[in-house]
Design a protein around this ligand. Structure first.
Ligand code: HEM
Length: 245
């Protein structure tokens, strides 16, 4: 196959309606020129990062709409849009696996060209890290306080699988998938550069473990162990075997 022909024709003319609407000329020029890649893995490295940024753009934009619908208590809309967010989050996680097809040696070659860039500078990630606050505020005001409810009531003492409960579970799913992304990303780092090394900012990547411990909606996680402890105090923390011995 003629490489130069492929390189020359890949971006198209950019004049057909499909190309104009999707801005393919610009989109397909957002990567380094084919002749400037340091090795055969660098296109994949750039593309995966760029696509992840696009998913985060979509997730953040959708969360803005979810916040509006939370304030209107429009549960059907909230759930449909959360489904979109959760699918995009799962895609973000799955796509990390592509980078496992790159050898540690080839990543070191790419790394030379990254300056002191770090994923912590990702505009999408930094934005998403802040979006849980308004979401929680809207949920608390409109689904709980306005109806005299609490997290404890919707999960336990007044549990009836209510709108507030299913929305709370959608929030928890967003939280959980965000942490799953961090977990899989850490696995990817372990596979590529190892966990004992310093990042391009000079910090130990072990610091990323700290991020893994954070939760957007701690109240939604605490309720689970509070229920376990409360029920455990009734039926005994350490119990008899059901076999009766
Ligand atoms: C071989 C692939 C990758 C390696 C070796 C890698 C490595 C790292 C390292 C070492 C850090 C810590 C940076 C620091 O302490 O300043 C980091 C952070 C980060 N990276 Fe990656 N990364 C890879 C792929 C990706 C991809 C595909 C994304 C997609 C968005 C990404 C997003 C992030 C984010 C968001 C952070 C900040 C995480 C946090 O604060 O919890 N990384 N990465």
């Amino acid at each position: 196959m003629d490489r130069e022909h492929f390189y020359a024709t890949m971006n198209g003319e950019g004049t057909l309606d499909y190309e104009l609407y999707l801005n393919t000329k610009k989109l397909l020029s957002c990567q380094k020129d084919f002749h400037n890649f340091c090795n055969g893995d660098e296109l994949q490295f750039q593309v995966v990062h760029q696509i992840e940024e696009l998913w985060m753009k979509l997730i953040g934009y959708t969360l803005l709409d979810i916040d509006d619908y939370l304030q209107q208590e429009n549960t059907n809309r909230v759930l449909t849009l959360f489904r979109r967010v959760h699918i995009a989050q799962k895609l973000m996680i799955e796509q990390l696996a592509l980078l496992e097809t790159m050898s540690p040696k080839e990543y070191q070659e790419i790394r030379v060209g990254l300056g002191n860039g770090s994923g912590q500078e990702s505009p999408g990630f930094r934005t998403l890290l802040k979006m849980h606050q308004p979401l929680w505020h809207s949920f608390k005001i409109h689904y709980l306080e306005k109806h005299g409810l609490t997290v404890e009531k919707i999960y336990n003492s007044e549990y009836k699988h209510s709108d507030a409960y299913v929305v709370a579970e959608a929030l928890a799913e967003f939280d959980e998938l965000f942490q799953k992304f961090r977990y899989h990303h850490l696995q990817l780092i372990q596979r590529t550069i190892g966990l004992g090394s310093k990042s391009l900012k000079g910090r130990s990547v072990d610091l990323l473990n700290e991020g893994l411990k954070t939760r957007f909606f701690p109240e939604l996680w605490d309720i689970r162990h509070q229920m376990t402890d409360a029920w455990g105090s009734q039926y005994g923390v350490v119990r008899e075997s059901i076999g009766g011995h």
